[in-house]
Write a protein that binds this ligand. Sequence first.
Ligand SMILES: [Fe+2]
Length: 315
Amino acid sequence: MPENQLTISRVAGRIGAEISGIDLAEPLEEHTVAAIRAALLEHKVVFFRAQRLDHGSQIAFARQFGELTHAHPHEDAPPEQFPQILTIDPDRYAQKYGEDFRQEYRKRQYSYFSGWHTDVTAAVNPPAGSILRAEAVPEFGGDTQWTNLAAAYEGLSAPLQRLAESLRAVHRFRIPAEEESKRAERVNANLLIAEHPVVRVHPETGERVLFVNPGFTDHIVGLSAVESRRVLDLFYEHLTRPEYTVRFRWRAGDVAFWDNRATAHLAPTDLDHLDVRRTLHRVTLIGDRPVGVDGRESELLAGRPFLADSAVVVS
Ligand SMILES: [Fe+2]
């Protein structure tokens, strides 16, 4: 496809751009890969409409941007021959973990921002990027939102920026103590815990990024439980403010590619009461260890880095 047909259009004030005039199923020219990479670094999440990717071509597209991780640290049954693919479909989870999964899942949605997360920050090296493609989506609902964590850092007052830069936080997969399920057993048998700086320095842009999220951040090191809760709530409320976000309305074939080092995203919560199908497939690029403003790297507290091989120990 001629180079001059590739267009990049911003879709919100602080995050997100749509890239058109490109067929992701074809191998890309080096300069096109460079253009997408630059757009990703600038806009944090880029969208490609009406693509025709399958598992194989999604993996091939992603590999032009780096090495891929296994599907997920706790995924033991990715699609045959495609161990990198994580299929996101509530029906599949219900099949795998029992019919009560949706119920259990809903109980965990304890606040308005609890669905916000950055992918797999329980790992010492959270993915650098995630690429999600929609196979089937409902006619309405099921939008995904992203927020720009570099803009969120910038938006903090100077004293709070300094406070955040001085802190480190423990991230982990959390299963409520009372939950007894196959999923809980699996997660607890494969603990994954990491300590990250609360502000990381982006390895490519040098931007400072407010790197906590309600999905995985457990507590701030060195604070009392009450202090940690209050400080995290303050950061969460700040980083989920609409001014830092973009909202994407999926159609089948669409692809979203985000910089997982500089964003958090919100999975939809408006479909639980509807009998609709929503199936998406994700791959993730292997990430490096975050580094704080003081130059200190993240530390592994349990488990192992999230790489190409499966981390699941089947018990
Ligand atoms: Fe996610």
